[in-house]
Design a protein around this ligand. Structure first.
Ligand SMILES: Cc1ncc(COP(=O)(O)O)c(CN[C@H](CF)CCC(=O)O)c1O
Length: 364
């Protein structure tokens, strides 16, 4: 039979309200002919930036004006645009294990990039202070990929570090913060920032779908001034019809309803998957059970290496990724155990037992 997927890179669109989305799209076409006939503002339509800024103020405590929002076709192109304004020999630091696509982008932009280890509260503040980077990339809401939710104490330490000297910024990548199961949703790092040092990055890839390519940054005022000086010529890269449709989708309450519905749906699938894994693997598995996001990390006792596991997964037609993908220095140790990132957006509830059986055959 066909492939099954425990990928962490998808959204479960089986419950996306396409009918409601198309209703919003009809309204967008009917009421916004002038926006559609014109190129849009470099940062995206004001109307949509206003809706996003109001929404993240409510849901994430982000304090910003619509003027500070930049919408773009993905987190990477947005960061490339804003970081591209920086002068030479910039030092950047990123969590390790971490988001290898951003690590790669920073290296391609000739930044000096330093992976920094985590402790149980998230990125190791001592190592940040020792390295003293200009830009620090973190995922405090749900560390990618380990899942650590950064406590307020560590957030304050990082903000104090950032405000202790000029030219330091923290990029807060809030990628799947909308999904928390039974644990409270700590407000954004940006909401605690008193010195305009945080660049807030959000995306609709997890809550709507990654193929829409709708993401945004919130810039602090001095970076915004620089942005407007550099990019007055810029033609915005997102699809204006999609963005105005998104505006109506949010305004109508459909977006909030969908996120709530998906929280319940993902929580149910997550619990079933964890139950099945524990039953099948017993004490050969250790699950890092952080009740958030669309994936979790699991450690398996095995003497098989990552390469062999990846080959066996292909043979078993099971899509799954390992911690090797996120170990930025490529020096992951193997021998007694391996660590896999287990996503539950792409697997149907009824296929969970079969997927776990296949995973068992991959590892033992
Ligand atoms: C840490 C992190 N910050 C942002 C995004 C959202 O990026 P964008 O859609 O461009 O807005 C992702 C999404 N992750 C990707 C798809 F899941 C790739 C995962 C992989 O490369 O392992 C992510 O992990």
């Amino acid at each position: 039979e066909g492939w099954l997927s425990l990928s962490h890179m998808t959204a479960d669109i089986s419950m996306f309200p396409f009918k409601e989305w198309m209703k919003c799209e009809k309204i967008a076409i009917k009421n916004h002919k002038n926006e559609l006939s014109d190129i849009s503002h470099p940062q995206g339509p004001y109307l949509v930036r206003k809706t996003i800024s109001r929404m993240i103020a409510l849901t994430r405590g982000v304090k910003c004006e619509p003027e500070q929002v930049i919408i773009g076709p993905g987190t990477q192109p947005l960061l490339r645009q804003v970081l591209g304004m920086q002068r030479e020999n910039i030092k950047a630091a990123i969590e390790n294990p971490g988001y290898s696509r951003i690590y790669q982008l920073l290296k391609d932009m000739n930044f000096e990039v330093f992976p920094i280890d985590l402790d149980k509260k998230g990125i190791d503040i001592k190592k940040v202070e020792a390295l003293n980077p200009h830009f620090l990339f973190i995922t405090p809401s749900h560390q990618f990929p380990t899942g650590i939710i950064m406590p307020i104490s560590r957030r304050i330490e990082l903000l104090n570090w950032a405000s202790a000297s000029e030219g330091r910024y923290i990029v807060e990548d809030d990628y799947d913060s909308e999904f928390k199961y039974g644990t409270d949703n700590i407000p954004s790092l940006q909401s605690l920032d008193r010195n305009q040092r945080v660049i807030y990055a959000g995306t609709f890839s997890k809550t709507i779908m990654p193929s829409f390519r709708i993401s945004y940054l919130v810039l602090p005022p001095d970076l915004l001034r620089e942005y407007k000086r550099h990019f007055s010529y810029w033609i915005q890269g997102s699809n204006t019809l999609n963005l105005i449709t998104l505006h109506y989708f949010i305004e109508s309450g459909e977006y909030a309803k969908h996120v709530k519905r998906m929280n319940n749906h993902y929580e149910m699938k997550r619990e079933n998957l964890i139950k099945e894994l524990k039953w099948k693997f017993r004490n050969d598995i250790k699950i890092k059970n952080v009740p958030a996001g669309l994936h979790f990390i699991a450690e398996f006792k095995t003497d098989k290496g990552y390469k062999e596991i990846e080959e066996r997964a292909k043979k078993e037609k099971l899509e799954i990724y390992s911690m090797k993908r996120f170990n930025l220095l490529g020096n992951i140790e193997e021998g007694k155990k391996i660590i896999l990132i287990i996503g539950f957006a792409n697997i149907k509830n009824e296929d969970i037992p079969v997927a776990v059986d296949r995973l068992y055959r991959v590892i033992y």
